[in-house]
Unconditional design. Sequence first.
Length: 249
Amino acid sequence: MIRFAAPALTAAALFAGSAGAADLTALTEAERAAFRNEVRAYLMDHPEIIIEAVDLLKERNAQQQAQADVALVENNAEALFNDGYSWVGGNPDGDITLVEFMDYRCGYCRRAKPEVAKLLAEDGNIRLIVKEFPILGDASVASSRFAIATRKVAGDEAYEQVHDALMELDGDVNDVILGRLAEGLGLDSAPILARMNDDDITAEIAETRALAQRLQISGTPTFVLQDELLRGYLPADQLEIIVSEKRDG
C-alpha cells in the first residue's frame, strides 16, 4: 500500500485553464508573449502553485518507485526470503517476514535495533531475516565476517548474542577486541577468528551485496516487509502500522 498526501493543484492545470480550448501553437508571437507574461504574473502572485507542482511530481515519482520496488522484491524473493544462510529470528513460522539489511557500524541500524526488537516482542508472529551488508569500511566487514563465522562455528544462538554485542561495540574492531567480545559471551574465540576469512563467508557477503545492488539498496538500514521496500530507519509504531496493513491485505 502506498501512503501519500492528496494530489495538489498543479501549474499545468492552471495553464490549461488559462488557455481554454485555444490552440497555443496557433498564437502569434505577440500573443505568446502576452500569455507567458500573464502566467508569470500569476505565479509571482501565487508562488505556492510551484510548490504544489513540485510536491505532485515527488508524489508521482514515489508512486513509480514503490511500484518498481514491488517488482524488484518479487523478482528476488528466493534470495531475500530463502537464501539458506542468513540468520532467521523472531518467529520462524510467522505470517509476516521482515528482512533487514544492516551494518554494525551504522548509527541508524543501532537506533533501529530496539525498535525491531519491540516490534517482534509485541507482535509475536513476525519472521526476521538479517542480511549482513557491511558498507561502511573495514571495521564493518570485519564485524560481519566475525558474526557469520560465529554462526558457522557455534550456531544460531551464539550468532544472535554476537550480533547484539557488535551492535553496541564502540571503538576499533580487530582480532583482539573481537576475541575478548567472544570470550565475554562464553564462546571459544580461536575457531571463530580462524574462520573469518574463509571463502564461504566471502561468498555470503558478496551474494548479499549483489542482492542489494539488484534491489537498488545503497544504504542501511533497509527493510523489506513482505512485498515492500522500506529505505531507512523506522520506529516500531510505524512498522506496526505497515504490518497491520499487510495483514489486512
